[in-house]
Design a binder for this molecule. Structure first.
Ligand SMILES: C[S@@+](CC[C@H](N)C(=O)[O-])C[C@H]1O[C@@H](n2cnc3c(N)ncnc32)[C@H](O)[C@@H]1O
Length: 269
C-alpha cells in the first residue's frame, strides 16, 4: 500500500478536486476570512491540490503579499493561471525543508489526515508561523456519514460495507479517518492559542455533485477494494446508488480549526 492512497497522478484526481472545490471552498474561504487575511500577508497553502484556495488567498493578499502553494504533485494547480503573487512549489511537507518562515497564515485542507507523520508535520507548520500568525487546518471526520435515505435497508448495508472497507484501506496506508475530531486537541497540544472549531456537513443525494467524491475515490482504488474482499457486484451496486436520487448520505463532515502561534512557541527542526 503506498504512503498516499489517493495519489494525484491518477486520472480520477481532477474529478476529486472539482468536488472538493465546489462543496468545500465556500466553507474554507469563510473560515480563512475569519483570520483577517488581507493585503500584504504572507501565506502558505500546504498540499494545495487544484489550487483554487491558493488563488483565493492570492486575491486577498494582493500584489504586496505572497502565497506559496505547495504539493507533492503540483501539476493540477499548474494547469490554471495564477496572479503573480501566487507561487507553486513541488514540495513534500514531511521531508523537505520548510519553504519559508514567519508566515502570517498557514492553511492545509485534507492533507494531514493522509500523513502518518501528521503530528510532526503539525509542529512544523506551527514553526513556520510568525508569532501571532494563524494556522487553519481543515480535515474530514469520516466517522459520521450516516445514510439519510435509501430505497431499502439492503442498499444502505452495501453502501456502508464498501465505505467501511475504503476507510480501512485509508488506515492501512497510514491515514486517520477520524483525524478531523482530533485536530483541535492536537493543535492545542502543539501550543496554539485562540482556538476555534467549526464543523460543516450537508446531505449528498445520488446524482448530485458532492456524492461523486465517492465515485472518484472508489474508482481510483477499485483494485485495492477487490483485494480487500469487495465483490464486483457490491461495487456495481455501490456505484448505482451514487446516481440514484432516492439514496442520500451525509457528506463527510469537515472540521475547520484555527489557532494562533503565541510568541513563546519553540521552533521544530
Ligand atoms: C485530498 S487532496 C486535498 C487537496 C486540497 N488541499 C483540497 O482540499 O482541495 C490532498 C493533497 O495533499 C497532497 N499531499 C499529499 N501528501 C503530501 C505531502 N507529503 N506534501 C505535500 N502535499 C502532499 C496531495 O498531492 C493532494 O494534492
Amino acid at each position: 500500500m503506498p504512503d498516499y492512497l489517493f495519489d494525484n497522478v491518477a486520472p480520477e484526481t481532477a474529478g476529486r478536486f472539482s468536488v472538493l472545490e465546489e462543496c468545500y471552498d465556500p466553507v474554507s474561504t469563510y473560515q480563512l476570512a475569519l483570520t483577517g487575511v488581507t493585503s500584504g500577508w504572507r501565506c502558505l497553502e500546504v498540499g494545495g491540490g487544484g489550487g483554487s484556495l491558493g488563488d483565493w488567498l492570492g486575491a486577498q493578499v494582493g500584489p504586496d503579499g505572497e502565497v506559496t502553494v505547495t504539493d507533492l504533485e503540483p501539476r493540477w494547480a499548474a494547469s490554471r493561471s495564477h496572479p503573480a503573487q501566487v507561487r507553486l512549489l513541488q514540495h513534500d511537507i514531511v521531508r523537505d525543508p520548510l519553504p519559508g518562515r514567519d508566515y502570517d497564515l498557514v492553511h492545509a485542507r485534507l492533507v494531514l489526515l493522509h500523513l502518518p507523520e501528521r503530528l510532526s508535520v503539525l509542529r512544523r507548520l506551527v514553526s513556520a508561523l510568525r508569532p501571532g500568525g494563524w494556522l487553519v487546518l481543515e480535515e474530514f471526520d469520516c466517522g459520521w456519514t450516516p445514510v439519510l435515505a435509501a430505497p431499502d435497508e439492503e442498499t444502505a448495508r452495501v453502501f456502508e460495507h464498501v465505505h467501511a472497507t475504503l476507510l480501512g484501506l485509508v488506515e492501512q496506508a497510514g491515514g486517520d479517518p477520524l483525524w478531523g475530531r482530533r485536530v483541535f486537541g492536537a493543535m492545542r497540544q502543539a501550543g496554539l492559542t485562540d482556538l476555534t472549531a467549526t464543523t460543516y456537513a450537508e446531505a449528498w443525494a445520488g446524482g448530485g455533485a458532492g456524492i461523486a467524491l465517492h465515485r472518484h475515490n472508489t474508482d481510483q482504488i477499485a483494485d485495492a477494494l477487490a483485494a480487500a474482499g469487495i465483490t464486483d457486484e457490491e461495487l456495481a451496486r455501490f456505484r448505482a446508488l451514487l446516481t440514484d436520487p432516492a439514496f442520500v448520505v451525509n457528506s463527510y463532515p469537515m472540521v475547520s480549526v484555527r489557532g494562533r502561534r503565541p510568541a513563546e512557541t519553540q521552533e521544530a527542526p
